[in-house]
Design a protein around this ligand. Structure first.
Ligand SMILES: [Zn+2]
Length: 334
């Protein structure tokens, strides 16, 4: 057995930990536990909530038999700068704006260990690269939307780590554009992912009440389109329901438009789409995204049907990618 790296994927709901074997280039064991967050620890103060995360990481490491790891990689759900300082973590710490020195706090847990802290989607992205110098855009479409552009095998996020946040790009400038959880309005994340489904369903039902009435979804929600959620939509879409197909097209359109913008900006030709909402809809989701992308920019012969793929690595995608990053940083097959 080769050297092992302790890897973490801190999520808004669940924190995962694993041992990644550099020699075998695979995850050997994994553990998981609920993340102490503003949503499941109401009344907890900011500093205590943060301390509880490190306590959880130590407990998960102990469950893996990794009390004194030599190397640790952490995927963190927010923008992270080059020194391992997290700028924000809304899914874990809510609206708090104080930067968190994650790398320094983890170093206090395991003095002497090599430590890397990166954005969680950056970590997952390493798992989808085909070789060490690959170009790709990793996109997650779940309860929110984010992306990371990898050029020459590295995520490009800018000098302060602010890149890779297309979910908060405004794409709807109308007066009644839906609000985004960040406080903005008309952002891609408010229009095109799982949490956008009820609002977009209600809007489409107002435009096409007859189509909605004929849909299997109308019966499932008692005629209240705003009760259509992502799982219901996925089921109807996979069953070929015409109105559900139209609604998925409405949701896919602004995403395709923004992906076309990324392609036009940097020329990347491989888009790996992951996340629960995309997985729920399945491969057929890619077609309306591709059509919208093709309609959003000029034609230089690029084939959007071949440029989009579903990233199917399941719940351990973040841990696996963190292990791949460790292999890049500290040797072993990448
Ligand atoms: Zn936003």
């Amino acid at each position: 057995m080769g050297a092992q790296v302790l890897v973490f994927d801190v999520g808004g709901t669940t924190t995962r930990a694993g041992l990644f074997d550099l020699g075998a280039a695979r995850l050997m064991r994994t553990e998981r536990a609920p993340t102490p967050s503003v949503s499941n620890c109401p009344g907890e103060t900011g500093a205590r909530l943060r301390a509880r995360l490190y306590g959880l990481m130590a407990r998960l490491a102990a469950r893996l038999g990794a009390e004194t790891p030599a190397r640790v990689v952490i995927g963190f759900p927010g923008p992270v700068d080059a020194n391992g300082v997290a700028l924000r973590a809304p899914t874990v710490w809510g609206a708090e704006r104080d930067p968190e020195p994650v790398a320094a706090r983890v170093r206090a847990l395991w003095p002497g260990a090599g430590i890397r802290v990166v954005n969680d989607l950056s970590a997952a992205g390493y798992g989808f690269l085909r070789h060490a110098h690959d170009d790709a855009c990793i996109v997650t479409v779940s309860s929110g939307i984010g992306h990371k552009v990898f050029l020459d095998g590295r995520p490009v996020v800018g000098p302060a780590g602010r890149g890779g946040e297309i979910g908060h790009l405004r794409v709807d400038f109308s007066a009644d554009a839906p609000p985004c959880e960040c406080g903005g309005r008309g952002h891609l994340g408010a229009l095109a992912c799982g949490r956008a489904v009820p609002d977009q369903a209600a809007r489409l039902a107002r435009r096409d009440p007859g189509g909605f009435a004929r849909s299997s979804l109308a019966a499932a929600v008692g005629g209240r389109a705003s009760r259509v959620d992502a799982p219901l939509l996925a089921r109807a879409f996979r069953a070929g329901d015409p109105w559900a197909t139209t609604l998925v097209g409405v949701l896919a359109a602004p995403l395709g438009q923004v992906l076309a913008g990324i392609h036009a900006a940097v020329g990347v030709e491989r888009f790996v789409i992951m996340g629960g909402f995309a997985q729920g809809l399945g491969p057929a989701y890619l077609a309306p995204v591709a059509r919208a992308a093709a309609a959003s920019a000029w034609d230089l012969g690029q084939n959007w049907g071949l440029m989009l793929e579903l990233g199917e690595r399941g719940d351990d995608a973040g841990l696996f990618g963190a292990g791949r990053l460790a292999a890049r940083e500290w040797g072993g097959p990448a």
